[in-house]
Design a protein around this ligand. Structure first.
Ligand SMILES: Cc1cc2nc3c(=O)[nH]c(=O)nc-3n(C[C@H](O)[C@H](O)[C@H](O)COP(=O)(O)O)c2cc1C
Length: 388
């Protein structure tokens, strides 16, 4: 069968066939298995005609370099790296004295509340040995991703995406390498900020999205961001997982889509089996936003631990410190065999996803359905019913 044709200006900007970008999804389930978007998923999407993006937030600098090289060995097509650049990493603690045990940055009172939470749920409490601790460690005077950004620049990756915060400090060096810079935002204010800093593409991500997310829904956000940042082009994200979503995003004026949850259930996704099964089984109302896992608002498949955390009213800590606060809790859940209580970031569109498929299949299905809709080749709408 002939390959569908669906081109937008995004394809020319990034050198890709279809206007679909794999979101650079980082780790779930406490982080020990690495990011969801590893080289296997990234290369599969790029080879199928989209843009694969490594979820670099799950890697230290040298491990990130290896993954970039692994992608290069699996595809000759363009790809990207996504990193998180929070401005308030460790609540500023990393710019001061760092204690020998970084967990001492977290108040003992908060740690006690977290322990009580676990014990009230009948879990036996364990303290994580340092080697089992996946939370990012504070480094004096450094932000969360400073070391990884140097690797992105040294490796001259074709596309860089910042999932949080602004890459303004690195913009000149990225541009000098010819790297295209993509910035994710969830509101108009941040869209204007990253556009002014030189972003090539703004991804406007609605609250429906899995992972870190804002308060504005995709349908309302996209046109407002477009109006605010034109002529900088906008890509849509949040709740898009088939050709209907892709066609709708283009109709709103976006030049393409950035999809996470759709590829979270791909065969090539590095997502623990029990967590993938939960996403496939989820219905539309099964996700909930919580600050429990990272300190920032994040949409997850809901679970009893999220419910208990929200009911307890424990004050979340800034990104980085929150990871240190819940480190023992994550370890405790694992030791008690309760993977169902761990972070399982996923979006509201999970309710539509019922089967695991290859990334190429997901991408091709999305593109051909959108091409059909745009060419008005779908069957006519359901015939009018009588007697209702
Ligand atoms: C499991 C998971 C992990 C994610 N990790 C990251 C990340 O590390 N960096 C990032 O920029 N976005 C991350 N996101 C958000 C995605 O980039 C994307 O914006 C979102 O998935 C889009 O909405 P959708 O899930 O409805 O497709 C993650 C999303 C999921 C579902």
């Amino acid at each position: 069968m002939a390959r569908p044709v669906l081109r937008t200006v995004l394809c020319d900007m990034l050198g890709i066939e279809y206007p679909v970008i794999l979101a650079g999804m980082g780790p779930v389930a406490g982080g020990i298995d690495g990011p969801v978007a590893t080289a296997d998923l990234v290369a599969a999407v790029s080879n199928a005609g989209g843009l694969g993006v490594i979820g670099g937030a799950g890697y230290g600098p040298e491990r990130l370099r290896e993954e970039i090289q692994r992608v290069r060995s699996m595809t000759k097509k363009p790809f990207g790296v996504d990193l998180l650049l929070p401005s308030n990493f460790m609540g500023g603690a990393a710019s001061g004295e760092i204690p020998a045990n970084p967990r001492d940055l977290v108040p003992a009172e908060s740690r006690a509340k977290v322990r009580k939470l676990a014990e009230d749920m009948g879990l036996q409490w364990f303290e994580a040995p340092p080697a089992a601790a996946p939370a990012p460690r504070p480094r004096a005077g450094q932000g969360m991703s400073d070391g990884q950004m140097e690797v992105v620049i040294e490796e001259k990756v074709p596309v860089f995406a910042s999932g949080l915060g602004s890459p303004a400090a690195w913009m000149d060096r990225l541009k000098a390498n010819g790297t295209k810079v993509i910035c994710l935002v969830g509101n108009v204010k941040n869209a204007k900020r990253v556009a002014a800093s030189g972003a090539d593409i703004v991804v406007a991500q609605g609250t429906e999205a899995g992972g870190h997310t804002g308060r504005i829904a995709t349908m309302a956000l996209i046109p407002q961001v477009i109006d605010a940042v034109t002529p900088v082009p906008v890509v849509a994200a949040g709740g898009i997982a088939d050709g209907r979503g892709l066609a709708a995003a283009l109709a709103l004026g976006a030049i393409g889509v950035w999809c996470g949850t759709a590829f979270l259930v791909a065969k090539e996704a590095n997502q623990p089996g029990t967590q993938k099964a939960r996403v496939l089984a989820a219905a539309d109302e099964d996700t909930r936003i919580t600050k429990m896992y990272s300190g920032k608002t994040m949409r997850n498949i809901n679970n009893p631990m999220i419910e208990a955390w929200e009911a307890a009213g424990i004050q979340p800590m800034p990104m980085g410190l929150q990871g240190l606060l819940i480190e023992d809790l994550v370890y405790t859940c694992r030791k008690n065999g309760r993977e169902d209580l761990l972070m399982n970031a996923a979006g509201q569109i999970s309710g539509m996803l019922t089967t695991e498929r290859s990334a190429a299949d997901i991408l091709n299905g999305m593109v051909s359905q959108a091409a059909d809709i745009i060419a008005n080749r779908l069957p006519k709408a359901v015939p009018a019913t009588t007697g209702v």
